[in-house]
Design a protein around this ligand. Structure first.
Ligand SMILES: NC(=O)c1ccc[n+]([C@@H]2O[C@H](COP(=O)([O-])OP(=O)(O)OC[C@H]3O[C@@H](n4cnc5c(N)ncnc54)[C@H](O)[C@@H]3O)[C@@H](O)[C@H]2O)c1
Length: 284
């Protein structure tokens, strides 16, 4: 007789585009994959009416332990990670969908401490970052000298804060920010997640040395474009190993998430449930 699949209980925090996609997949395919949706939380509960079964709607994040989740998936806003990430880790593994939150050192420290104390993993969704594993492997082998991630889209796709909110895109293509990812995350918390994932994939460079570039491009009305450029140290001939990937992801006008990123998140969720978890930050 085949061994019985261990059922993994999953909670979803955030019911926007990504949350709705993951919830519908969990409801449709969860049981055959050994996954049970145990709750959905959204800041505005009205948004769940009519599509999330009432018994699965969680009214308060403080009550999530009553649902005994094994994994909580955050697809809402970095604020949730700042405010509730450590608390969630008390009860379950956490898949962070908004890793720009980890640019704040206090948050990263709190998550690491809670993860080690409670024995739960902090998974980070690679999202729109192409080649995350290759970057990690090169970094671990000491072969990464520079990493630069450029994200370009139409200005309507940006949700900017602070000094960047006031910045206007003057020409057809304007560089809004170019510098360490750590400085960009608080100014563009919802548009710097790919860069944050890159900083976490390359801990030798991290948030202070991975360079993020945010570009407003009026021609990209229905597309998010992410370029990843990396270099190794010069070899004996003076030449360096170099890689440049260019990812064009169709996106609904004004959306912060491109279409291909939805399936990347679903695969991250499955990846969190298929392997045994251990404390610490791990890219999925
Ligand atoms: N890692 C990546 O590469 C990547 C890619 C795409 C999106 N994301 C992130 O995933 C998250 C969800 O993306 P989406 O496309 O579903 O966005 P969305 O705008 O469609 O939905 C966001 C949801 O979170 C809720 N929300 C917004 N601000 C909140 C707050 N301060 N507190 C609690 N809830 C809040 C909204 O009500 C909404 O239900 C965003 O943070 C986004 O930046 C990450």
């Amino acid at each position: 007789m085949a061994p019985k699949k261990v059922l993994r209980k999953v909670g979803v925090v955030g019911y926007g585009r990504l949350g709705q996609f993951l919830v519908s997949r969990l409801l449709a395919q969860g049981s055959e994959l050994g996954l049970e949706l145990v709750f959905v939380w959204n800041r505005d509960p009205g948004r769940m009416a009519g599509s999330v079964p009432p018994a699965l709607q969680l009214q308060s994040l403080d009550a999530l332990e009553e649902r005994h989740p094994d994994l909580v998936v955050e697809v809402a806003h970095p604020k949730i990670i700042h405010e509730s990430g450590a608390q969630i880790l008390r009860h379950a593994d956490l898949l962070v969908g908004s890793p720009s939150a980890l640019a704040e050192q206090t948050t990263e420290q709190q998550l690491l401490e809670a993860s080690s104390h409670w024995g739960h993993a902090v998974f980070v969704a690679r999202g729109a970052l192409w080649g995350a594993e290759d970057i990690s492997r090169l970094d671990a082998a000491g072969g990464l000298q520079s990493l630069r991630v450029t994200m370009a889209t139409h200005p309507d796709g940006f949700r900017l804060e602070g000094a960047l909110a006031a910045a206007s895109s003057t020409g057809p293509r304007t560089v809004l920010y170019e510098g360490p990812v750590r400085g960009l995350c608080p100014l563009a918390p919802r548009n710097s997640n790919t860069m944050a994932a890159a900083a976490l994939a390359a801990p030798s460079l991290g948030f202070d040395c991975v360079i993020g570039v945010l570009v407003a491009d009026h021609s990209l009305t229905d597309m998010h474009v992410v370029d990843v450029e990396l270099r190794g140290p010069p070899g004996t001939t003076g030449q360096s190993f170099a890689v440049h990937t260019h990812r064009e992801n169709p996106a609904q006008p004004g959306a912060v998430t491109g279409s291909a990123t939805f399936s990347a998140f679903w695969l991250s969720l499955l990846g969190c449930c298929q392997l045994p978890s251990r404390p610490g930050i791990q890219l999925r």
